[in-house]
Design a protein around this ligand. Structure first.
Ligand SMILES: Cc1cc2nc3c(=O)[nH]c(=O)nc-3n(C[C@H](O)[C@H](O)[C@H](O)COP(=O)(O)OP(=O)(O)OC[C@H]3O[C@@H](n4cnc5c(N)ncnc54)[C@H](O)[C@@H]3O)c2cc1C
Length: 465
């Protein structure tokens, strides 16, 4: 770490990584400071007994290919491959899909027996949606308008999106329309080689572009003087800079890293309305070398709950799980199979338990997941040789996100995130906010937008109040 930079990026989630790369490519001297010992934020992986577990690589829209090519390089785009078999299994239906508009149209007409013109009108309404449109209609109202009373159709359309960004039927239809529309263009994609390969490539690119990448480096404070950023304290050491891009959670950035005294009353009042998204639990299952998994599909949305219910999806008594199945094809050269079960979860359900209760809670989570998976893989207990669980406390610990928020903030967070630079000159925020700027694609794109703003600031040094 040097004593001075043009810009410090606090946090190496996909938003922070992409912003750092973009700023370095524009010729700025960049420090990327990550508090954890590994880069990636939620887009991470871990290794146990030669198994590699991907934490947040279940699927993203095709737009990721273009964004990676443009902002990271063609070698990244070449690794984007389609997730082909997506299966839904719940009390209302069992279907398999490629998760694109053509296949969904077929399903809605043939399996759900909806008139073709109704389905076409729904997709047209999605295509016509624009971020600046009327935001009063909720997703629930949108569904009721096109598919009144069809809770089975609502489930097909909504359950994967709730897993993908924590949104519910009560959120603005526009946020649903943009995210669902992104997937519907060409289906669901993943990164060939896994998260570990992608992060290694990113680290190399950043270093080639001159970024100083420091892990186990916590930005404790952003130093502000005369309404402008002058530096940051990293692991107790002041480092001078003209701008800070914070990839830390929006609320922590304002209240803890910068301090309320540097923000106007109106901004703080708006920020006071911003809700955090829910958190997650996961169970990681490694399959013994030499054993194989049966053909399950690549992504399985399973539930025993009678209907789509956002509250039930987060409940401690788990009734719905998404399984990501990783076969050797995703990691060429490997012979390993792993399964990652993901559940939406609430921090408060895990926060209070003492050490012993917490350990037992994790064991129960693993056992119940294995019980549920036996429906699809009857020999799972025989062929699994490693299991591990993550809870909202795990996510909080490794990312510092309050309450282990998996997808940043709800929709309203975007306005505050974007307004931050008008409060303090040289202060910028990037990272999961507002549903649209969440997920791998949303955070990469938001990282670029924020870097462009920071670049303009560094060129002209105007900003703040
Ligand atoms: C279980 C799960 C599954 C998911 N699956 C998918 C999926 O399949 N597809 C998809 O598109 N999205 C998925 N997501 C969402 C996606 O991973 C995230 O939206 C995205 O990776 C978040 O990027 P970010 O830029 O907001 O940063 P984050 O990943 O939130 O990272 C922020 C970083 O900042 C660091 N930091 C915080 N404070 C400080 C500080 N003071 N100093 C230094 N560093 C700091 C943290 O340690 C962290 O590394 C999933 C998320 C979860 C939790």
């Amino acid at each position: 770490m040097k004593e001075q930079y043009d810009v410090i990026v606090a946090g190496s989630g996909l938003g922070g990584l992409t912003a750092a790369n973009r700023l370095a490519r524009s010729g700025h001297r960049v420090l990327l400071a990550e508090q954890h010992s590994q880069i990636g934020g939620l887009a991470t992986y871990f290794s146990r007994r030669r198994h590699i577990f991907d934490v947040a690589l279940h699927g993203f829209p095709i737009g990721m290919k273009k964004s990676l090519r443009k902002y990271w390089g063609p070698e990244y785009a070449a690794c984007i491959v389609q997730v082909r078999r997506i299966v839904f299994d719940n009390p209302q239906f069992h279907v398999e899909t490629r998760f694109d508009s053509g296949d969904f149209t077929r399903l809605l007409r043939e399996h759900f027996r909806l008139p073709g013109e109704r389905v076409e009108a729904f997709f047209q309404a999605l295509r016509a949606m624009n971020y600046y449109d009327d935001r009063t209609e909720t997703t629930g109202e949108l569904f009721e308008r096109f598919f009144p009373g069809r809770t089975d159709v609502w489930r097909l359309l909504m359950e994967p999106i709730t897993y993908a960004n924590g949104s519910t039927l009560d959120e603005p239809a526009i946020s649903y329309g943009i995210v669902f529309g992104n997937f519907m263009s060409q289906g669901v994609y993943t990164f060939l080689g896994g998260t570990d390969v992608m992060l290694r490539m990113m680290l190399e690119t950043l270093r080639t572009n001159g970024v100083d990448c420091e892990t186990s480096a916590r930005v404790e404070r952003v130093l502000v003087e005369g309404g402008r950023v002058r530096g940051a304290v990293v692991n107790g050491r002041p480092v001078a800079c003209r701008a800070v891009v914070s990839n830390a959670n929006l609320l922590r950035t304002v209240h803890e890293l910068v301090g309320d005294e540097h923000f106007g009353a109106e901004f703080l009042s708006g920020l006071g309305q911003v809700r955090l998204s829910n958190s997650s639990c996961q169970v990681y299952i490694g399959i013994r070398p030499g054993e194989r998994l049966p053909e399950l599909g690549d992504l399985l949305f399973t539930s025993t709950h009678p209907v789509y219910d956002a509250e039930a999806l987060c409940a401690r008594q788990v009734s719905s799980r998404t399984y990501s199945v990783y076969t050797p094809t995703i990691r060429p050269g490997s012979d390993r199979y792993t399964v990652v079960a993901s559940m939406n979860a609430r921090h408060e359900d895990w926060a209070q338990s003492d050490r012993q209760a917490y350990r037992l809670g994790k064991e129960r989570l693993i056992e119940e997941t294995l019980d549920a998976l036996e429906t699809y893989v009857p020999r799972i207990r025989e062929i699994a040789d490693y299991t591990e669980a993550a809870t909202p406390r795990t996510f909080e610990r490794y990312t510092l996100h309050p309450q282990g928020a998996s997808f940043g903030t709800k929709f309203e967070g975007l306005a505050s995130s974007m307004a931050i630079s008008k409060q303090v000159g040289g202060l910028f925020h990037t990272g999961s906010v507002g549903i649209i700027m969440s997920g791998w694609l949303g955070t990469v794109n938001y990282g670029v937008m924020t870097a462009n703003d920071a670049d303009r600031y560094l060129a002209g040094a105007t900003g703040g109040r």
